[in-house]
Design a binder for this molecule. Sequence first.
Ligand code: 3UK
Length: 533
Amino acid sequence: MTAHVDTFARDRLPPAAQMPELLFELPELQFPARLNAATELLDKRVAAGEGGRLCIQGDRVRWTYADLLAQANRIAHVLVQDLGLVPGNRVLLRGANSPMLAACFLAVFKAGGIAVGTMPLLRARELKGIVEKAGITHALCDSRLLDELDLAAPDCPTLRHRMSFVDGTLEAAAAGKPATFDNVDTDAEDIALMAFTSGTTGVPKGTMHFHRDLMAACACWPPHVLRPVADDVFIGSPPLAFTFGLGGLLLFPMSVGASTVLIEKASPETLLPAIAKYRATVCFTAPTSYRAMAAQVPQHDLSSLRKCVSAGEALPAATRLLWQEATGIRIIDGIGSTEMLHIFISADEAHARPGATGVPVPGYVATLLDDAGQPVPRGQVGRLAVKGPTGCKYLADERQAAYVQNGWNLTGDAYRIDDDGHYVYQARTDDMIISGGYNIAGPEVESALLLHPAVAECGVIGQADAERGQIVKAVVVLRPGHAPDAAMVKTLQDFVKQTVAPYKYPRAIEFREALPRTETGKLQRFRLRQENT
Ligand code: 3UK
């Protein structure tokens, strides 16, 4: 029985026939019918006598589990008493990563609301799209990011209650509230989170996740692959609005009683000093960030660091190597998606192999399908399909039928399984380049280019070509001290021909100062493509 009074989100779940099939075989995936993620992650830890353990650090903030519990409870009271929240309402959360933003997420879960994280850089137009789609009723917003929300507000009739934090408004309202709160007794299948995909084109897709989904993600990849301990100190760059960050920097550390460091704008330049300052042990960031940080490693004391996680896009073998040479640490790669909530194929340090993502995480199964939906023979490239305890549930979206087919979640990625059962990433299916009849995966050409010492970053796309259909085109950012001239084009082309099958070499190379990336560090190949048509 749902605890939601406002059933807007529930009413917009996909039809039963389009729901993903769910697997709950592991003993740790036996969940009760009533489940509130905040109770599990926070209240229970304090009730077990561990309230004195360090939980969240940030700029001039050091909260224990008991501190976070009190703060989340107070904010939950503000939501319910002052802002009239009823269970099932959607609460937009907007802010840079910080302890306060984390407390807001937990407060929403406690009050039975639905947390809708938004990327700090979103502009009014994009915010409006999310508010409309999700029927947002409430917003808690970092005061420094109010401008764009205020711009959007007149066009957002459902958004009835707004309150800012950082400027002291929410903080003051919370200070006047009791430090205890009776969490709403949510159904395990009540929606707790709506995460919007970074969306390259068109209307953004809202993925919905139950309270149980949050706990299922905590039960799969972390204990089986990451294996964190209670003394770990987590740190990293992904925003809490991105499920990679929400899991890695909040849910997972809390699920083992560890602590997390939430810093604003964790760029490569700020992340390394922060690791040293907080003596962080587990780091989450994107492949490009590891690549950018590798050169600066010697200037920092990273002796505390023991585990590094990469996700968001494929980890090139060259980047893995650079980081291992700089730190001695083997990166844990993992593919996850907003739809699946978190990582479902990965390999720990001992099983990591350059160029491969890993194997299905316990709790998940995977297969590779051809265009007719049949499994491809071993060794051949196919469309990745996965199933597990979490799955895609778009908010009122026709595209559900494309992501979920026959119960499988189709992530849109092309993969190959090697002789040892490791999943080797090829490309997004729509990024595959077809040139002169050959299928070429852009990321493979990128990996080859990244092995060349002159290459800082690169992106490889298919460019329309009258003769070949498409040709392989590389957009390259050079390291300082290298000239972007015809000789360099030739050098890089020859280099690729020696590294991978020669027909894959980039027939066109363009040099640039920077590549277009999302806020989560993903290369925007579609933008490179648009600029090349
Ligand atoms: C790509 C990867 C190769 C892949 C995410 C971890 O990235 C996350 O979610 P998004 O919805 O994007 C999903 C797509 O990104 N991708 C992600 N990781 C890898 N490709 N190797 C990887 N290791 O195309 C996937 O379909 O933004 C990642 C946890 C939570 C997440 N939301």
